[in-house]
Design a protein around this ligand. Sequence first.
Ligand code: PEP
Ligand code: MN
Length: 333
Amino acid sequence: MVVHVDGKVGEDLLAEWGRKYFAVFFREGDKYVGVLAAELKTLPKEIEPWVRDIYPTSSNIQLASREYKDELRLIRLGTDIEIGGSSSRTLMIAGPCSVESEEQIDQTAHFMKEIGVRIIRAGCYKPRTSPYAFQGSGKKGLEWLVAAGKKYGLKVITEVRDATHFDEVADLSDIIQVGAKAMYDQGILRGCGRSRKPVLIKRGFGSTLQEFVQAAEFVLSGGNTQVMLCERGIRSFETKTRFTLDLCGVAYLKYHTNLPIIVDPSHAMGAAYGVSDLSAAALAMGVDGLLIEVHPCPSRALSDAAQQLDFQSFRSLYKRLDSLAQAVSRPLL
Ligand code: PEP
Ligand code: MN
């Protein structure tokens, strides 16, 4: 159950209700938004006099549910980039898996600018499966990425691997990426809830849709309204592709949640050849954006080499998507 509570209620009362009813309250303008345990079917008598509106929700999807907010949430970046809401655009996010050098990220940013992509992605703190693989360029990489973004007028999204560099990433990036492996990290999620930067949460590859949306609830219940979900493939019995892109899940999320949905075909497929087809399928479904890995020389990439597109392949993918986007009235942004 979600409730809107009069802003004049004292913090002491809110804290007491929080303990008693496992409720979370956060300030939104002149009121408080409160989320009470979904199992609670009737509003406790002591809260009632302070409540302005009640939104019953039927599951543990609360702030992200259509029952609470029927319209798609809007995310704003600067003055001219709008994701979700009634924008009906398909946001393109592209860039290498990792920042590897100043030259590599500069070259990619230059290419993005030339194509018309507005947001560059690249990881600086990489959550690798092996401790003996490239772990990312860290702070240095972040500085190169931010500098390239500034130079070419691009917004920047990069991943938080753990709490040690949360503030650094939250300060310097335009969108905070929570990776598939970090989807359950409550330190990161709560940090995102305190931040007022847009957040993109990737689905853990072993996570149900319910768990995925509940990760978003941690951020939303911290008072950060700008959350996007990113489907990037889940583990199935199939071994011919790296993961299985769950487009059923995307349809579920579009129908049941009010969060913009981004699809990442690169990590799902794990091979460059499938990325264009998966992007086309997701775009035709009407997702809010695509996140695609692009590298100046994929064969030399230090992470995810097999799935990254070279510039030429990205150019033809972009052309294909551009006409498809016109046909389904969701122009590329
Ligand atoms: C990435 O975006 O490079 C990445 C590590 O993705 P994921 O968290 O989906 O594995
Ligand atoms: Mn990657």
